[in-house]
Design a protein around this ligand. Sequence first.
Ligand code: NI
Ligand code: MN
Length: 226
Amino acid sequence: MTFTYYGHSCFSVEINGKKLLFDPFITGNPLAKDIDITKIEADYILISHAHGDHLADAEAIANTTGATIVACYEVAMWYAKKGITKYQPMNIGGKWKFDFGTVKCVNAVHSSVLPDGTYGGNPMGFLVTSDEINFYYAGDTALTLDMQLIPTFAEIDLAILPLGDQLTMGIDDAIQAAKMVQVDTVIGVHFDTFAAIKIDHQKAIDNFKTHGIALKLLTVGQTIDI
Ligand code: NI
Ligand code: MN
């Protein structure tokens, strides 16, 4: 699987020839100023929750790519009202089989409201399983015991976890989360975008390492093979 980081909590993965874009927030992110959203390819856009820093560019990218928006029911219907025709509404606990693999929506402990004040449903994380890779993207969340359920659903190869603290888990809690979901590789997201969520990269990597976990912090625009 290839993994491309677009800054904040936005990333894209390619699985079985399909491109999945998560939580597009690019044009509003000064750290992602070199990313041209018109060049991003996507077959699916997965949105963890309704906050602007997770969906601000979703409509534009859905329109240019024709991608299907995958989100909780309330967010999917908000896009339907805007004229988006390809969407897959989901909700926590439910899974849906796509042509690249299966997505199961899992609990995230956070809040959620759309940028115009519309009720945004509940925030979610995603468990993606496929014949190529299984991974967990936590979305914006606190550390929660619900994460212990993840390895009972599937053995996962990778967790993508928020690290910035203040609005989500910080580094220490993310280490516990990685242990709960039983991974030895974590890609960090939701850090450095704003002053309040800046992290010390080397310290974070070293902290994870003392627990036997490899933390990867990508630069904006970087692509790696997992
Ligand atoms: Ni949020
Ligand atoms: Mn956020």
